[in-house]
Write a protein that binds this ligand. Structure first.
Ligand SMILES: CC(C)(COP(=O)(O)OP(=O)(O)OC[C@H]1O[C@@H](n2cnc3c(N)ncnc32)[C@H](O)[C@@H]1OP(=O)(O)O)[C@@H](O)C(=O)NCCC(=O)NCCS
Length: 162
């Protein structure tokens, strides 16, 4: 598997598997009815933000991630990141490889730390992955996410220094 910078030409391959997660409403705190264009703008943040894709040797896109400053100005040295792996390719180490890559890139870009603002507490796969990559749960905002099956659940704020 190769992880490389993404271009807008990769978007048509990312959108089909990303939209499934948005539509099921269990992981991303985004409007389930958001348009493709709205999500594309979010997924490809303006510089210094960057987007990467994980690809198979045959060029198939397996997953994608992006980094962007979590806030602007005097708080721009803390990065935020988002991740998605094609559900058909889940559980094979793509998410871990993207996580490790994004941590390295964030470090190389000069960020001091990485913060996730809204990890749904029932997203146990993601929580376990981020913990194993060195993130701590700083706090859990109670009942901050309306899960379509579990009802109101917490959102973890997760953090690690780089
Ligand atoms: C979260 C996500 C990125 C993980 O990607 P993935 O390619 O399936 O992850 P990996 O195969 O690298 O597994 C990573 C870790 O997940 C955890 N994990 C895997 N399967 C799991 C399961 N069924 N239950 C709980 N944890 C699990 C393990 O800690 C695993 O670590 P390991 O390498 O020691 O086995 C992917 O499931 C995804 O895109 N989910 C939907 C979008 C999302 O939740 N994004 C993150 C929002 S914070």
């Amino acid at each position: 598997m190769l992880i490389r910078d993404a271009t807008l030409e990769d978007w048509p391959a990312i959108w089909p598997f990303l939209r499934r997660y948005i539509a099921d409403g269990e992981t991303f705190p985004w409007d389930r009815e958001a348009s493709e264009e709205q999500i594309r703008v979010t997924w490809f943040p303006a510089p210094p933000g960057r987007t990467v894709v994980a690809v198979d040797p045959d060029g198939t896109i397996l997953g994608s991630a992006n980094i962007t400053p979590n806030h602007g100005g005097a708080a721009a040295h803390v990065a935020n990141a988002s991740f998605v792996v094609d559900a058909g390719r889940a559980g094979r180490g793509v998410g871990r490889a993207l996580g490790e890559h994004i941590l390295d890139r964030a470090r190389a870009d000069g960020y001091h730390a990485m913060q996730f603002n809204s990890v749904v507490e029932t997203n146990t796969r993601a929580v376990a992955l981020w913990r194993s990559l060195g993130f701590d749960i700083l706090a859990t905002v109670p009942d901050a996410f309306r899960h379509p099956i579990d009802g109101y659940v917490g959102l973890h704020i997760m953090y690690r220094r780089l």
